[in-house]
Design a protein around this ligand. Structure first.
Ligand SMILES: *Cc1c(COP(=O)(O)O)cnc(C)c1O
Length: 382
């Protein structure tokens, strides 16, 4: 069966998820129940962090955290030029200015030297663990300290990624994870903010639900509340939490499959002359293996469209992370006047990277098939 389609990503949902969703639907308790707190507890234990606050998406978590910390007009926040647009949008949404830093050509992560060289104040730094490889958190935390900024990790692709003996999402003030269907684990839509700061966690919980304060004044009777701060509705539903909670016992297998598939694919694609494959281990950083990115030569001599087409002909799905340096997306280039040529590494990746699947929906021989298909498609495009 060599022609079975292999999609880039596919959520892994077993009978336990269906049963958990049915139980929630039958209970009638669709929000404000006990499943969301149980999911928060299980996720915090998995990551090794004091608090986890469930939200409606990673983007919501990033925005909520910046908002809760009072980031706003006049503040500057360092963001890598190569990331999902959500990272920068969360800064724009609070009225602050994203300051884009080009990425390291060896890892795709925010270049720590460029961050260190940045002039002027910073209110926050948002490292993005690109495709699951943790950023150099020692250097980023040192810059944060010197600028009196806090660090908010974008952990959308970093479930179980490690920096020494700590996991991504436990090193900065907070981290925000994504449970979008094709990430490491899913809750349909959903996200989780992790932090070791109990005061921040409490503030996040209040502001994700309108800023309700049930303890204030006379309004402490059941169902009554006062509101003393501004908040959003960024809650996670009980159905989503049930799906997310059911994924946790499978995570060990998911991660082992990703690691095995990455190794099998890397053994083939990593040998192709002219293709750059980023390492999955750098110093204390170990990747969570979101995908294997194969980056074509900078000179554009190989057409990415043709390689992607060749993969498609062989029934192999792929993706691009990410299709633009964020500062060159129209919204940002029009607002801030960024021009092509200012972020050469991010531009190279945006134009030439291809993300290949390594998820738990692949067997080891599937991963080899993806590698061989890539080799053939690359040869045809050469
Ligand atoms: C997917 C992704 C997001 C957005 O996650 P949502 O849960 O869909 O909001 C943010 N940052 C990065 C790096 C991502 O890959």
């Amino acid at each position: 069966m060599t022609n079975t389609p292999i999609p880039f990503g596919k959520p892994q949902l077993d009978a336990d998820a269906f049963d958990a969703v049915r139980a929630v639907l039958e209970s009638g308790m669709l929000v404000h129940g006990t499943v969301t707190p149980a999911f928060e507890k299980a996720f915090a234990e998995r990551i090794g962090v004091a608090e986890a606050v469930a939200v409606s998406s990673c983007t919501a978590g990033l925005h909520l955290t910046l908002f809760t910390r009072g980031i706003g007009p006049g503040d500057r926040v360092a963001v890598p030029a190569m990331t999902h647009v959500a990272t920068a949008h969360s800064v724009e949404l609070v009225g602050a200015e994203p300051v884009f830093i080009d990425v390291d050509p060896a890892t795709g992560n925010m270049d720590p030297a460029a961050l260190e060289a940045l002039d002027g104040p910073l209110a926050a730094i948002m490292p993005v663990h690109y495709l699951g490889l943790p950023c150099d958190m020692d250097r980023i935390m040192a810059v944060a300290k010197s600028k009196e900024a806090f660090v908010l990790e974008d952990c959308a692709l970093a479930v179980d990624a490690t920096w020494g003996n700590r996991k991504a999402g436990t090193i900065g003030l907070a981290g925000s994870f994504s449970f979008y269907p094709v990430k490491h684990m899913t809750s349909i839509e959903g996200g989780m903010v992790t932090t070791n700061d109990p005061v921040l966690a409490n503030d996040l919980r209040r502001r994700r639900a309108f800023g309700y304060n049930r303890a204030l004044g006379e309004r402490t009777k059941p169902g009554l509340y006062d509101v003393d701060i501004l908040g959003m509705n960024y809650r996670m539903s009980e159905v989503e939490a049930a799906v997310g909670l059911a994924q946790i016992p499978h995570l060990d297998n998911f991660m082992a499959d990703r690691s095995r598939n990455d190794a099998a694919l890397r053994a083939i694609v990593g040998k192709i002359e002219g293709v750059t494959v980023f390492p999955d281990k750098v110093g204390p950083a170990t990747s969570s293996h979101y995908c294997l990115n194969a980056v074509l030569p900078r000179d554009g001599s190989i057409s990415r469209d043709r390689v992607v087409e060749g993969l498609k002909q062989r029934q192999i799905g792929s993706s691009v992370h990410y299709p633009g340096p964020v500062p060159l997306f129209t919204y940002y280039s029009q607002k801030y006047g960024y021009k092509s040529g200012q972020f050469p590494v991010a531009e190279w990746l945006a134009d030439q990277t291809i993300s290949l699947p390594v998820g738990p929906h692949l067997s080891e021989s599937d991963a080899q098939r993806v590698g061989n298909a890539f080799q053939e498609a690359y040869n045809e495009a050469s």
